[in-house]
Design a protein around this ligand. Structure first.
Ligand code: ARG
Length: 461
């Protein structure tokens, strides 16, 4: 028959519509193993507080082990009547251990401190899985950077040609934010490593249980300082959702570029067949679906964060049932990224770059104009004047429909006596690139050091 957790005070069971609304086993069942770990730890503190004798503890732990096996094998699943993962597992425990023993486990705990703790356990585990997936993308970016140590490309601002940069420099500009995302996950774990178990419904427990012992057994660094905070706060969930969204946004920016680079007009990259799709009608098509799905899913990842924050806003202390809605946003975000990251790493690792075309375009669109100005500054010309003179050269080249290096020595002399033929040394792509050699610059020497630092950061995380 139906087992209710609150039967005593109720004359009838819930209406069908009420039960349907209330039910969360469709999405919280993935917490089952964590719930059983929590139950084992809880049984031990009940025993230490004298509320379960040694024999009862052993039988309880055995019953929980059996239930865990049945959950893992799929033999035990939530029934239609079970409201949530916690009530389903209590039903399972009663089936195995009997009502008398099984009924003792709920003493001194509430689903409120339970669910807050299990959520943190889940997030801490999956932060590690997601971090490993992000690091695979970073590794693929570093490998591509190492494979192209000298290849120039057009560096852009406002999507316009700005200054030539190394392809490796550009690729690493996508790696660093992802490394910071992983650092964020490491840092998140400090705050997630606090266990709400022992907070009870909101006020703590009168039964002399030891929350710190439970925390230690479950791999937490400490237990909550405040039982109300322990059961009512979800800022740690929101922080996790933020990092998931940030990873999505960081990957989406690279996706957008790969989609552009893959167009006929750019022709900077070819996608591997294994990481692209065709069209059912247009035989010539090879589409960048990994990048597009990433860009699309990043919108949803932002939505999970906003939805969760909106749920938390204006919720009075302590636990409210609204908090059941904390799970889908972080679960969905986790699922999306765990699906996306391996495909994304594969796409990056197998990209072919058309370095000749990128090198051809790198200095075009007057991308060396800054080099002329800075060369003049090194000759003692004030920058304001140098900027004007270089701008005049651009204007002349534009009129003639030619590039800066096509202007003659006489053309330059006509613009300014300072623009002597020696200036031509900076009118080459690699001359321009290698002149930006201070730390963080795009010079080959600076990027070689950057690659080693990125590699070291990757290995450290
Ligand atoms: N399933 C709930 C949740 O996910 C936990 C149960 C708390 N329910 C309650 N009536 N206090 O938040």
């Amino acid at each position: 028959g139906r087992i209710s957790l609150w039967g005593g005070r109720f004359a009838s069971g819930p209406a069908e519509a009420m039960a349907a609304l209330s039910k969360s086993t469709d999405f919280d069942w993935r917490l089952a193993h964590y719930d059983l770990l929590g139950s084992r730890a809880h049984a031990r503190v009940l025993n230490r507080a004298g509320l379960l004798d040694e024999d009862e503890l052993q039988r309880m732990l055995q019953a929980l082990d059996t239930l865990d096996e049945r959950v893992a094998s799929g033999e035990f699943v939530p029934s239609l009547e079970d409201e949530d993962v916690h009530s389903a597992l209590e039903r399972g425990l009663l089936e195995i251990a009997g009502d008398e023993l099984g009924g003792k486990l709920r003493a001194g705990r509430s689903r409120n401190d339970q669910v807050a703790t299990l959520g943190r356990m889940y997030l801490r585990d999956h932060a590690r899985v997601v971090a490993a997936g992000v690091l695979d993308v970073v590794a693929a970016l570093i490998e591509q950077a190492k494979a192209h140590p000298e290849a120039p490309m057009p560096g852009r601002t406002h999507l316009q040609h700005a200054q030539p940069v190394l392809l490796s420099h550009h690729l690493l500009a996508h790696a660093w934010p992802l490394l910071r995302d992983v650092e964020r996950l490491v840092d998140f774990d400090k705050r997630a490593a606090v266990s709400p178990y022992g907070s009870g419904a909101l006020a703590g427990s009168s039964l002399g249980l030891d929350p710190q012992a439970v925390a230690r057994e479950l791999g937490f660094a400490d237990s909550a300082e405040n039982s109300i905070d322990g059961t009512a706060s979800r800022d740690v969930f929101a922080e996790y959702a933020f990092v998931m969204a940030m990873i999505g946004v960081d990957l989406s920016r690279l996706s957008e570029e790969i989609i552009l680079w893959n167009t006929k007009e750019f022709s900077f990259v070819t996608l591997d067949d294994a990481f692209s799709t065709g069209s059912s009608i247009m035989p010539q098509k090879k589409n960048p679906d990994v990048a597009e799905l990433t860009r699309g899913k990043s919108g949803r990842l932002i939505g999970e964060l906003s939805g969760l924050l909106a749920t938390l806003k204006a919720m009075p202390l302590a636990y409210n049932r609204d908090l059941q809605e904390d799970k889908l946003p972080v679960f969905t975000a986790t699922d999306d990224l765990e699906l996306l990251l391996p495909a994304f790493a594969g796409m990056v690792a197998t990209l072919t770059f058309h370095t000749d075309r990128m090198a051809h375009l790198a200095p075009r669109g007057f991308a060396l104009a800054t080099d002329i100005a800075e060369w003049l500054v090194r000759q003692g010309v004030p920058f304001r004047v140098a900027h004007e003179l270089s701008g005049a050269a651009v204007q002349l080249a534009e009129e003639r429909d030619c590039e800066l290096w096509d202007l003659t020595d006489e053309d330059y002399a006509g613009i300014s006596e300072h623009l002597t033929p020696e200036m031509r040394e900076v009118l080459t792509t690699l001359g321009s690139i290698d002149s930006r050699s201070s730390k963080g610059g795009t010079a080959r020497s600076a990027v070689a050091e950057q690659v080693s630092r990125a590699q070291a950061a990757l290995e450290d995380l």
